[in-house]
Write a protein that binds this ligand. Structure first.
Ligand SMILES: [Mg+2]
Length: 238
C-alpha cells in the first residue's frame, strides 16, 4: 500500500495503466504478415519470410523512435524504409499497412489489472494523482475517455510530454511544476526504465516503482538502481 504521507502519485499511462504494447504488437504482426504474403507471391517464401520482414520492420521502427519519438507520422518513415528494403512491395500494400498502423490510435486499450481499484483507493484516501504521458494529444484524450480514466485525470492533473521529443527529465520536471508538487513528495509508477524511472530518480522522487508485467520495448530498457521497487501487478500497491 502507498503511504498516506505521499502528496501525489504520478503515473505513466501506456503499459502502466493501459495495455498499449499489445495493440502495437498485434498491429505490427498483421502489417508484417501482409508484407510477407505480398512478397511471397513474387519470391520464394524462404527468401522473404515474415520473420525476416519483422526483423527489418523492428530495426526501422527502433531507429525511427530515436528521431521521431512517439509522433504517429514515424510510421510513414518506417514504411518508406521498408519500401526501400523491399522494392517489390506495392503502393497498395504500403497504403493498407499505413491505415492499419494509424488504426492503433483508434483502438480502445484495455486497462491493466488493478488499475481501477488502485486509482479508486487513492481517490478515497485523498491522495492526489497525476498522469504524465508521452503521446499524441488527441490519442491521449481518446484513451482517457474510452477507458474511463478521465474520471481520475483531467486537464489539471494530466501532463502530456511533447511527442516530437523524448520523455526525459525536462518533461517530468514540467509535470511536477504543473501539479504544484515537489518530486521528493511523490511516488512515481511507470513501466519504462529509461523514460519513467531514471528521470524521476534524477529529480529526487520519494519512491520510484517499476511495473514489470510483460514485454518492454528494447528502446526503453536500461539498468535501474536497487532502490527502485519492482512490482508485477498494480494490485501490489492497493
Ligand atoms: Mg509506458
Amino acid at each position: 500500500m502507498i503511504s498516506s504521507e505521499v502528496k501525489c502519485v504520478t503515473f505513466d499511462l501506456d503499459d502502466t495503466l493501459t495495455c498499449t504494447h499489445e495493440i502495437f504488437g498485434d498491429c505490427i504482426d498483421r502489417v508484417c504478415g501482409i508484407m510477407a504474403a505480398s512478397l511471397a507471391k513474387i519470391y520464394s517464401r524462404d527468401l522473404y519470410s515474415k520473420v525476416r520482414i519483422k526483423e527489418a520492420f523492428t530495426k526501422s521502427s527502433d531507429s525511427a523512435f530515436e528521431t521521431e519519438h512517439v509522433n504517429p507520422n514515424r510510421w510513414i518513415h518506417v514504411l518508406s524504409e521498408m519500401k526501400e528494403t523491399f522494392p517489390q512491395l506495392g503502393d497498395v500494400q504500403i497504403s493498407i499497412c499505413l491505415d492499419l498502423l494509424m488504426g492503433i490510435y483508434k483502438t480502445v486499450p484495455e486497462l491493466k489489472t488493478g488499475a481501477l481499484p488502485l486509482l479508486e483507493s487513492l481517490m478515497n484516501r485523498n491522495i492526489n494523482m497525476g498522469l504524465v504521458t508521452h503521446a499524441d494529444e488527441d490519442w491521449t484524450k481518446f484513451k482517457l475517455k474510452t477507458t474511463g480514466l478521465d474520471a481520475f485525470f483531467d486537464r489539471e492533473n494530466t501532463h502530456i510530454i511533447n511527442m516530437y521529443g523524448p520523455k526525459d527529465v525536462t518533461g517530468w520536471r514540467a509535470a511536477y511544476h504543473q501539479f504544484r508538487v515537489r518530486p521528493s513528495e511523490c511516488v512515481v509508477v511507470g513501466n519504462s526504465p529509461s523514460d519513467d524511472i531514471i528521470p524521476n530518480i534524477e529529480l529526487g522522487v520519494r519512491q520510484a516503482i517499476l511495473l514489470r508485467d510483460g514485454p518492454v520495448w528494447p528502446v526503453h530498457e536500461t539498468e535501474v538502481p536497487d532502490s527502485v521497487r519492482k512490482i508485477k501487478s498494480l494490485n501490489e500497491l492497493i
